[in-house]
Design a protein around this ligand. Structure first.
Ligand code: CP
Length: 324
């Protein structure tokens, strides 16, 4: 298999191999010349139909560090505005010789369709589709948790068994939450979702996690607390929670952070809305890993690209996983 569509497709061994490979890739960033020749002569297109800062730039940095040729496509300013379809857009890009497509799309399932329709031969990597999945975000979050909660060297070969992770906020619209629940469950962590009832999806009872409406009661036993942004762009305006009421019940401020164990971390996938789900004081504290997560994202995306496309020579002495 050549695609990464969903965190749910990864076995424990796949995920641990990606995390371990990312540790090797992280060493490249410490070198004077931050490059590997692994993807020399390969072309990767970043196909973004939705806005992005972290994911788009992080994939581009990862591709360049692996010496790939990079094409950046943004739907804004393209012939998509004239009505061109995903199929025609993808086939147009592939005609220019593309080996992999990194796709972000507002429609849940668009990367799956691209990978399974037979429209193109290139490998497909999901960079976020609608409210469905964001697998490389879940991987970089797991990488950050493993480093912080298990240890950089001590974590090699290990999963997150027994770690207690609380994910807070707009679960309903969050591909980050879905991907994290899938991957953290696979890695043996215990996940609790905390959200107002109106921001939980139908069918949440079948997800492999606990659900709570009470943030304060979950904090004292959490090893990591991941705050989610309220995704107003995916909501009808009538359903917007008021900022003050939301922050009072589900926001993380310094008083709430003090209820967490002393070595527990605060995570956020970004972009953060300071004052809503997280105060500036918490966002800027040493316990918040938001910026570390961004840095780790480059290593994870290098690992995924290497393992999916990586040529014949194992650059880091490891076999390829069965990522699909
Ligand atoms: N975390 C994340 O996906 O951020 P961007 O939307 O900026 O890529």
């Amino acid at each position: 298999q050549r695609h990464l569509i969903s965190a749910a497709d990864l076995t424990r061994d796949d995920a641990v191999l990606i995390l371990d490979t990312a540790e090797e890739m992280a060493r490249v960033a410490d070198r004077p010349i931050k490059k590997l020749p692994t993807l020399r002569g390969r072309t990767v297109v970043n196909l973004f139909f939705e806005d992005s800062t972290r994911t788009r730039i992080s994939f581009e940095a990862a591709e360049k560090r692996l010496s790939a040729d990079v094409i950046n496509f943004s739907a804004k300013g393209s012939s998509v505005s004239k009505g061109e379809s995903l199929k025609d857009t993808a086939q147009t890009l592939e005609a220019m010789g593309v080996d992999a497509v990194v796709i972000r799309h507002g429609a849940s399932g668009a990367p799956y369709t691209l990978a399974n329709s037979g429209w193109i031969d290139a490998a497909v990597i999901n960079a976020g589709d609608g409210t469905h999945q964001h697998p490389t975000q879940a991987l970089l979050d797991a990488f950050t948790m493993r480093r912080r909660l298990v240890g950089r060297d001590a974590g090699l070969g290990r999963d997150l068994a027994g770690k207690r992770i609380t994910i807070v906020g707009d679960v309903l619209h969050s591909r980050v939450a879905r991907s994290n629940v899938d991957l953290l469950h696979t890695l043996g962590a215990e996940v609790t979702l905390v959200a107002p009832p109106t921001l939980l999806p139908v069918g949440i009872g079948s997800w492999p996690c606990e659900v709570s409406y009470d943030l304060d009661s979950t904090l004292p036993k959490a090893d990591a607390v991941m705050m989610l942004r309220v995704q107003r762009e995916r909501m009808n305006a009538a359903f917007f929670p008021t900022e003050r009421e939301y922050a009072r019940r589900y926001g993380l401020d310094a008083d709430r952070m003090a209820k967490m164990p002393a070595d527990a971390i605060v995570m956020h996938p970004g972009p953060m809305v300071r004052g809503m789900e997280i105060t500036a004081e918490v966002a800027d504290s040493d316990r918040c890993t938001a910026i570390e997560q961004v840095a780790n994202g480059v290593s994870i995306r290098m690992a995924v690209l290497y393992l999916l496309l990586g040529g014949n020579e194992p650059a880091v002495g490891q076999a390829r996983p069965s990522v699909h």
